[in-house]
Design a protein around this ligand. Structure first.
Ligand SMILES: [Zn+2]
Length: 411
């Protein structure tokens, strides 16, 4: 069946007939970006070679192979919140969340801590940083995202972040938090109009930390100055803003207009209307858009009502809508990025190749994770095998660093 080396991906590797292939893992399916049947061989946790095939057995429904998804905003998953107080966040809980994310094809993610007390942020970063030496996680956590506390205190722009902990940026505090995080805070989301915000952005850029603009109400000249100083991305564009905004002077236009700025968007079907996703995608294109989930601890739980840590009753519907009935508002996302991959294809008409680029390749590049995000020999074998049914991805197998970590019952 093997007839030809996948030449543009594999310039220097020759097929070694009769070599140790039997000892290697081999995955067959359709390549996500051109539907061609391939066999991918894994060795020592990495992609060894990719070989074109004439056909693959059982290719109906079409079974695709792509790099695993990389989610830059995961607040929690499957009952585990990374913002848990007290001594609630444990290494075991982080392992549980990671294993559940693997079931959805998420092979890399940035645990995200949001606005809170310095004590809690520091403590939870310390717990999270301990997982770097946890071999069971297979390198799925390369670093962290800190969203806040340096965001706008204004209602609406602040979102659900607690006001009492919102404050202007402080490089010393950041340095302390980053130290607790083993210097692995890869991205900070902040409001550039806060006092000292622009100087803070310059310091982050110099230190190689990705600056994201979010939960802000910065005027256009401040957005431009922030980008001049190295801000690279707008966090969950279209969300983290007031419901009523000035039609001319609002943060959306300035962030959409500047080609230097990437955007992340939450494509769970609830946070943005189809026409918002369509417009954002038309403006920024595949190369400057990242799919994110902003997923919370309620993801992957059974539909029903839950009592939050703050004593509020929230409801998770069959459709995956997480809301707070008392105020008729969303209570964060309950869907892994996987749903967003199908949803962005549905509403924009983009290809699977483009959707995977936005959910894997682009975030890998943004954070300098050069060992993942594409299917190429030498890259980590973080691979997912899936079918698509009416824009829903059904993950059949997930490999992380070459290990089969999830296999669906249907396969
Ligand atoms: Zn947010």
């Amino acid at each position: 069946m093997r007839n030809q080396i996948f030449s543009h991906l594999l310039p220097a590797i020759l097929i070694m007939a009769g070599s140790t292939l039997d000892a290697q893992k081999k995955i067959e399916g359709l390549l996500f970006f051109d539907d061609s049947p391939v066999s991918i061989e894994i060795e020592d946790g990495k992609i060894f070679q990719i070989t074109r095939l004439d056909s693959v057995p059982h290719d109906f429904p079409k079974t695709y192979i792509s790099p695993g998804f990389i989610d830059n905003q995961v607040n929690g998953f499957a009952g585990v919140s990374f913002a848990m107080g007290g001594s609630d966040l444990t290494e075991e809980a982080i392992e549980k969340a990671t294993r559940e994310l693997w079931m959805y094809g998420v092979t890399t993610y940035l645990p995200t801590l949001t606005t809170n007390s310095e004590e809690l942020l520091k403590k939870n970063f310390e717990v999270l940083a301990r997982t770097f030496s946890n071999e069971q996680l297979l390198g799925s956590i390369p670093g962290f995202h800190l969203e806040g506390p340096w965001i706008s205190p204004e209602d609406g722009y602040r979102g659900a972040h607690p006001k009492q902990f919102v404050r202007p940026p402080d490089w010393e505090v950041f340095t302390e938090l980053n130290r607790a995080a083993s210097n692995k805070i890869l991205q900070v989301t902040l409001a550039p109009e806060m006092e000292g915000g622009l100087e803070f952005i310059s310091k982050c850029s110099k230190a190689g930390i990705v600056v994201a603009l979010g939960h802000h109400n910065a005027p256009a000249d401040v957005v431009r100055a922030a980008i001049d100083r190295g801000a690279k991305i707008a966090t969950h564009l279209g969300n983290g803003a007031a419901n009523t905004i000035n039609r001319h002077r609002n943060p959306f236009w300035s962030q959409l207009a500047d080609d230097r700025l990437m955007i992340s968007i939450i494509c769970d079907g609830f946070h943005l209307l189809p026409e918002e996703i369509q417009t954002f995608y038309k403006v920024k294109g595949t190369d400057r858009t990242i799919l994110t989930s902003d997923v919370t601890s309620y993801a992957s739980l059974e539909p029903g009502t839950y009592l939050t840590g703050m004593g509020e009753t929230v409801e998770l519907t069959e459709e995956g809508l997480l809301h707070y009935p008392a105020q008729k508002v969303l209570y964060g996302s309950a869907s892994a990025i996987t749903k967003g991959v199908g949803h962005v294809m549905k509403v924009t008409g983009c290809s699977l190749a483009q959707a995977v680029q936005m959910a894997s390749t682009n975030p890998a590049q943004l954070y300098g994770l050069n060992d993942r995000g594409t299917l190429e020999p030498g890259k980590r074998a973080d691979l997912i095998v899936f079918t698509i049914d009416d824009f829903r991805l059904n993950i059949q197998k997930t490999y992380v660093k070459g290990e089969l970590v999830y296999q669906s019952d249907n396969k």
